[in-house]
Every structure is written in structure tokens, then in C-alpha cells.
Design a protein around this ligand. Sequence first.
Ligand SMILES: CC(C)=CCNc1ncnc2c1ncn2[C@@H]1O[C@H](COP(=O)(O)O)[C@@H](O)[C@H]1O
Ligand SMILES: [Zn+2]
Length: 354
Amino acid sequence: GPTIITMENEADLFYRQMPKVELHAHLNGSVSFSTIEKLMARKPHLNIEHNMTAILSGQKRTLDECFQVFKVIHQLIDTEEDILMVAKDVIREFAEDGVKYLELRTTPREDKNTGMTKRSYVQTVIEAIRQCKNEGLDIEVRLLVSVDRRHGVEVAMKTVKLAEDFMRSTDGFVVGLDLSGDPTVGHGGDLLPALQKAKNCGLKLSLHLSEVPSQVDESELLLNIPPDRIGHGTFLHPEVGGAQSLVDKVMKNNTPLELCLTSNVKGQTVSSYSNHHLLYWYQKGHPIVICTDDRGVFCTELSKEYQLAASTFSLSREAMWSLSQKAIDFTFAPDSLKQQLHQKWFELHPSLFQ
Ligand SMILES: CC(C)=CCNc1ncnc2c1ncn2[C@@H]1O[C@H](COP(=O)(O)O)[C@@H](O)[C@H]1O
Ligand SMILES: [Zn+2]
């Protein structure tokens, strides 16, 4: 039938066509429904249904329930073959949504039954990035190796070593380290030596910080490193039980915050879109970057997150463009690549703003 252009899908189109930078995307949380279906067909004995791997629109879950979802997804993805397909699909889908630069992050996993090791896991993700590049996809991809805070100090140290090895051996694909995992488990302070070691060897650091309330002491310690970027930072400011000293540190270091609206609302750490802390930091003129967190689990897209931020806070298209452009400078990419990306934004600008 004829295509009816309503105001709504015209805005969809604008934010999809706008070039974007995605800096906070967990690989296994970014798996789309169509890829999940392929995985379910490979493993019918698992009897997994879609409502176990994604949180649909209007639904909310407790943080704990959200983390259960990752367990189910991890069951579906337990071979190098799965990882290769998943990573390639995820990269392709980000490219289709207009993402020109993507920093994926993922926790190396081993599986005794399938023979997958943490090293082969990372190797396979890098192979997926290489293949996408060779296929000519219009997207640059880099990798952050994730430390799961639940796994403790020893695993963290080994993970840092693994990340360091890959940083040195893979022509710049591995650029940094991420600290993530259930924020209610373990204390980030215990992981300071591992994070410090990563920083000292040249890995960039993106740390999930104050994602839940009552982590002032932990955040204080982690901010002293200091990290290169902050994931969420939902409860940093005093108005929500954080502390002015935390805000001061973040602002003094000009540390960019990675903000994920849908993730925070569906995970119920933020009560509504209009109460999202994006506004607090935006009004201060502090560097922020809009991200998806777990595009598959939370059923979103980066273009949707931009549109959501624009409509929630009445921000103009020019303001949103400016946010996406500034994000280039918050990437962990080398300066040469940042310059190429700035050039790309410059060339695309006229096609979006006639
Ligand atoms: C539950 C909820 C609201 C999620 C959003 N907030 C998050 N906070 C901390 N760690 C996360 C979050 N989302 C994903 N992760 C991490 O990313 C992993 C999944 O991707 P991967 O296996 O590392 O490739 C999860 O097991 C978890 O360690
Ligand atoms: Zn995250």
C-alpha cells in the first residue's frame, strides 16, 4: 500500500539517518529478536521463549530480574560459532540504525562443554569486527573487555591481563576495559588494583558507577583512579542521595557520562523518562553521550534513544545533532579516526538540515 508519512515516522527517519556514536553497548544484551530466533532454532532443547530474553515496551523489571535475563541469553550463546554470528548481526544492526562508530563491550566467557575459552571468545569477537570491515559495512568498531564485578579480584586481574594482551596484538581493536555486572553484588573498591593496572598499561576505562543508590563510598574510590568515562552515574548527585564531592570530581575531570534512558526506566533505577538525570548534567553543560546499554533486552535502538531524549526534554534536532557530534571526542578511538568521523559528520550535515 501507499506509504503514509506521519510526523512520528518522519522523526524516526531523521534520528535513524543522523550519524551516531554508540559507546555503551553490552554485546550479549544487544542481541535482536531475529538473532535470538536463530539461536533458539540451534538449541530447541533449551525451551527458551522470547519473553525470557527481552523486556517489552511498557514492561518493567526489578534490577535482579533484569540480570536473570542475561543468564538465559548466555545459555543460548555458548560456542564460538554463536559468538561470531551474534557479534556480526549486532554490528550490522547498529550500522543499519545509522551508527558510524561503535564501542562494543563484552565479558569473556568460557564453556567447558563446548571448549570455548575466554581467549577464543575475545578472538572471535575481533574476527567478527574484521569480517564486517571486510564486507564494507559503513561502521568502525572497537572493543572494551568487561570485568564482571560479581566474579571478584582474581578473575578481574586475569581479565585485565587478557585485555592487555589483545590490546598489544590486534592492531588497535581492543581499546579499553569496562567494569559492569550486577551493581548490588560485591564492592568495586576491591577491584581498584586491577583497574589501576589496566589504566597504567594504556587501556581506557569506562566504569559503571552509582547505578544504584548508596554507593557513595565506592564511587568516591573509583572516581579517584580516575575513569575515562562513566556508565550511568544515576545516583551521583546529592539530590538523589549522592554527594556534591562526587559531582565536583566528575566535573573537574570533565568525565563524560554514558546515559541510557530506556535501560534505566525499564530497570526501575529511574522512575520516569522526565526524571532521568540526563537533564541534570545537560543543564550543567557537562559532557554526556546517549547510549542503548542493552538494545536487545530493552527493545530499543540508538535512534529511538535520541528521539526519546529529544521529545522528553524538548531538545531541538540541532541540539541532538550537536550531542551526537560531540560524542566523537568521547570515544577511545585514536585522533586520526576522530578526525575522519568529524569529517563524515560535516559531510552528512547538509542532507539532514536543508
Ligand atoms: C539489569 C539492568 C537494568 C541492566 C542494565 N545495566 C547493567 N548494569 C551492569 N552490568 C550490565 C548491565 N547490562 C548489562 N550488563 C553486563 O553485561 C553482561 C551482558 O553482556 P556480555 O555478556 O558482557 O556481552 C551482563 O551479564 C552484565 O554483566
Ligand atoms: Zn551497562
